[in-house]
Design a protein around this ligand. Sequence first.
Ligand code: NAD
Ligand code: UGA
Length: 459
Amino acid sequence: MNINKICCIGAGYVGGPTMAVIAQKCPNIKVTVVDLNEKRIDDWNSEDLSLLPIFEPGLDEVVGEARGRNLFFSTDVDKAIEEADMVFISVNTPTKTYGRGKDMAADLKYVELCARQIAKVATTDKIVVEKSTLPVRTAEAIHNVLSETGNGVNFQILSNPEFLAEGTAIQDLLNPDRILIGGESEDAIQALVDVYSNWVDDDKILTTNVWSSELSKLVANAFLAQRVSSINSISELCEKTGANVKEVARSIGMDSRIGSKFLNASVGFGGSCFQKDILNLVYIAKTYGLNEVADYWEQVIIMNNHQKTRFTSNILSTLYNTVSGKKIAMLGWAFKKDTNDTRESAAIYVADGLLEERAQVYVYDPKVKEARVYEDINYLNTRGEEENKDLLSVVTDPYKACEDAHAIAVLTEWDEFKSYDWHKIYDKMLKPAFIFDGRGILDRAELEGIGFEYYNIGE
Ligand code: NAD
Ligand code: UGA
């Protein structure tokens, strides 16, 4: 099978960058990314590449090279499906907020809608690729929807989960650790292998059965999140015992069996996927009656929630058990550096906890817009929107955020925070001037030398 035209449904954090890289590396394939969200598509089509809907280092260059040549963004979903040989489904699969499996299972309604639309529109054979992260055995449901169309079209279904991390998406896509393709049809698998072979070495392209591929994606995220919760659990023990979590992480990480990556203690992991995918794994285990397996993985989330709460309550107790009316500067709102994504960011929950104590919170983030911050905090529904507006301010100058503050909390590890003029910040703060470093990125000796009271997780 020769792939000449690809359609990707979903122009989000995965669909956009992934297809941009495929288009850049496969100039002979026409790639069309479609979405129902008109504003998002308009933003992807912005003349000015700094206005793309997603901030990712290097993304503007890739889009700039391929867009208009063989990369297109459109709201005409039907047309793109109809003309494609291969259709990627890259829509969101959030945790269900209603009904059976509420707060645990993945909500597959968007994926099913895509399958139904493909079934309705297609008049020629197609390979349908699951790019979204899905519960194991979803391909079966997609297959059922597609095979009931009765219009004689032949569909092959592949699972091809995405492993990119935000902030490094372009590098991850250009040099992936592996490409995973699960499927039954050898021809369909080969067609997708041929796409990736344009820039990925064959020994990094792994083919498995569909169920292993679907499950591997959930398991990879579970293992990664588990490492963060593991080191975060140790951070609390370090604080009680006088051990230093950075020293512990370094010592254990030098064991080649453990490895040094993903051992940064933090205020807790965020992002749209870790929690959602573990909850999904827990739900699947429960539906098979595997309660011990479910409880084991659920603990990763319990630990993460504890870490966020612990960070907030440490601020409260250090500031003499009251932050009411006190100005607290929050540096960072994104769930990690080098992205404007704020989904499930620890910052949202820390801010919410401080607002409950009636603190005056001033947020600064280099890439997150004011409207997003309010949407995030209002979404929690802890208090009314007016009250959130009164208690929380978003500023575009970090020095203004810190002026007259009682304390600074670092929530995201943005590089620019390290090079601030901390003398200048200290001079304009109320004393004692506290810093709570939720990412362990600042220099304790320097800050204490200036006069700050510096608190770091795990020290
Ligand atoms: P996203 O919310 O950024 O993007 C999804 C897009 O799909 C939205 O723009 C939405 O409008 C669109 N959409 C939904 N239903 C549609 C329909 N029927 N027709 C057309 N468009 C539709 O989500 P994302 O972060 O890109 O994640 C997508 C999937 O990839 C999820 O399953 C996620 O778990 C997985 N994933 C995400 C990441 C990541 O870093 N964000 C990494 C790996 C895997
Ligand atoms: C994660 C995985 O790393 C990707 O492989 C996967 O494709 C993706 O989820 C997904 O399925 O969505 P992402 O969430 O974008 O990627 O970013 P990570 O770098 O994994 O960070 C997740 C969270 O963990 C962040 O809040 C980060 O700050 C935190 N983290 C990470 C730590 O607190 N400590 C660490 O040592 C590493």
